[in-house]
Each structure stands twice: as structure tokens, then as C-alpha cells.
Design a protein around this ligand. Structure first.
Ligand SMILES: [Zn+2]
Length: 216
């Protein structure tokens, strides 16, 4: 009888472990409830629903952008104001990527997997629903050298890095925060969060992840 009792409790113990390990796995991805908030956190943990499309997307002025690039109203105004002020100082800022829908992001990620492998894809690109570009608040910027990958080598980058917050924009994936954001350093990727929050994050050297964790 003692053996049966032992086996019974061992079995029960494993059932409990199984339950909690599955529970934890299911917890890791959370669907975002308020995707329209300007401080919305989209990353490997927080996901936008497949059918989320911002309802105030507007085409960005082609003087500062490739054709047919869309941002949400406030983000568009912020970016255009920044690009206009930059041009007055002799800098040239061009928006190369902005809003991307769910299915486009899915094909983009698959392209990375096909050409560079899954590990590289996970560091450099986001799974569909996990990209900030679907919010219409994120933008990839190019400077005078005409290559967004080499944006950090331009004088535009130095100016943007120190002034973007005044327009409500933040450098989203800084060099020293890759372990927090889960993304490699992306000097070209900026995100609209509003002037108050952008200034706070800039002055305190915080990422959106760190801010959200604090305020939760
Ligand atoms: Zn980007």
C-alpha cells in the first residue's frame, strides 16, 4: 500500500509540474489590449492582433520620405517637423520605412529566415504582430549617406539622437540595451511616444520596456 501511495503522489506531483510549465508557456505572449495608446509596448512578449490597423494613418510628405509611407497623424507631424528643422540646419533626413501591415511583416520575417537563418531573423526582424511598425508609430530613418544601415555614421544621426525627444521620438533599440529590448542596436529606428514621455526616457536613459515595467 505504501508503494501505491508513493506512486500516486509522484504522479500527482508530475501533473502539477506539467500544469504550471504549460501555464507559464501560455503566459509568455500577451495580446495588446489598447494598441492605440502612444506608449504602447510591442515586443517579443506583447503582440498586436492580426487585424489591428491604426485608423489615422496619413501619407508622409515626400520631401522627407520615400513615396507611400504612412504614419499615424501625430507621428507624421512629429517626424515632418523634425525633418524640416533638420533641413534648415543643412541636414537631410529621409523616412525609408514606416507603417507595415501584419501580412507584410510576416513575409519580411520569412525572407530573413530563408536568407539568413532563424537566429539572425529573430535578432533583426520581428514576427508578424510583434513589430512596432504595425502601430504606425515607428519609423526607419536614413541620412545623407543614403543607407539607413549606416545611419550612425552620419552627422544627421548625431543631431537626431540628441534632438528627437523634443519632437516626441525615441531611439527605440539603443546599443547598451539589447538585452532589455531583445533587438540588436538599430540606430535608424525611431518611435513616436509623445514629447513628455520621450523627454523623460531620453533624460533617464530608459527604454520603453524599462518604463512600462516601472509603471506597472
Ligand atoms: Zn524599424
Amino acid at each position: 500500500m505504501k508503494v501505491f501511495k508513493f506512486l500516486y503522489f509522484t504522479f500527482l506531483f508530475f501533473l502539477i509540474i506539467l500544469f504550471f510549465s504549460n501555464y507559464k508557456r501560455k503566459e509568455t505572449i500577451i495580446i495588446i489590449k489598447e494598441p492605440n495608446n502612444y506608449d504602447v509596448l510591442v515586443n517579443k512578449k506583447y503582440k498586436l492582433s492580426e487585424d489591428y490597423i491604426p485608423n489615422d494613418l496619413e501619407e508622409v510628405n515626400v520631401n522627407y520620405s520615400y513615396e507611400h509611407k504612412y504614419l499615424r497623424h501625430e507621428a507624421r507631424i512629429a517626424f515632418e517637423n523634425m525633418a524640416r528643422d533638420a533641413s534648415k540646419l543643412g541636414y537631410k533626413i529621409v523616412l525609408v520605412s514606416a507603417y507595415r501591415n501584419y501580412s507584410y511583416q510576416a513575409s519580411l520575417f520569412q525572407e530573413y529566415v530563408d536568407t539568413k537563418g532563424i537566429e539572425y531573423a529573430q535578432m533583426c526582424s520581428a514576427l508578424a504582430g510583434h513589430s512596432e511598425h504595425q502601430t504606425g508609430l515607428a519609423m526607419d530613418i536614413m541620412g545623407s549617406n543614403g543607407d539607413y544601415n549606416l545611419f550612425s555614421e552620419t552627422e544627421e544621426f548625431n543631431w537626431v539622437k540628441n534632438n528627437a525627444h523634443k519632437y516626441g521620438l525615441i531611439l527605440r533599440y539603443p546599443q547598451d540595451k539589447t538585452n532589455v529590448t531583445g533587438f540588436k542596436y538599430e540606430p535608424w529606428h525611431y518611435r513616436y511616444v509623445g514629447i513628455t514621455l520621450a523627454t523623460y526616457l531620453y533624460q533617464n536613459n530608459l527604454t520603453l520596456e524599462e518604463y512600462k515595467e516601472k509603471s506597472n
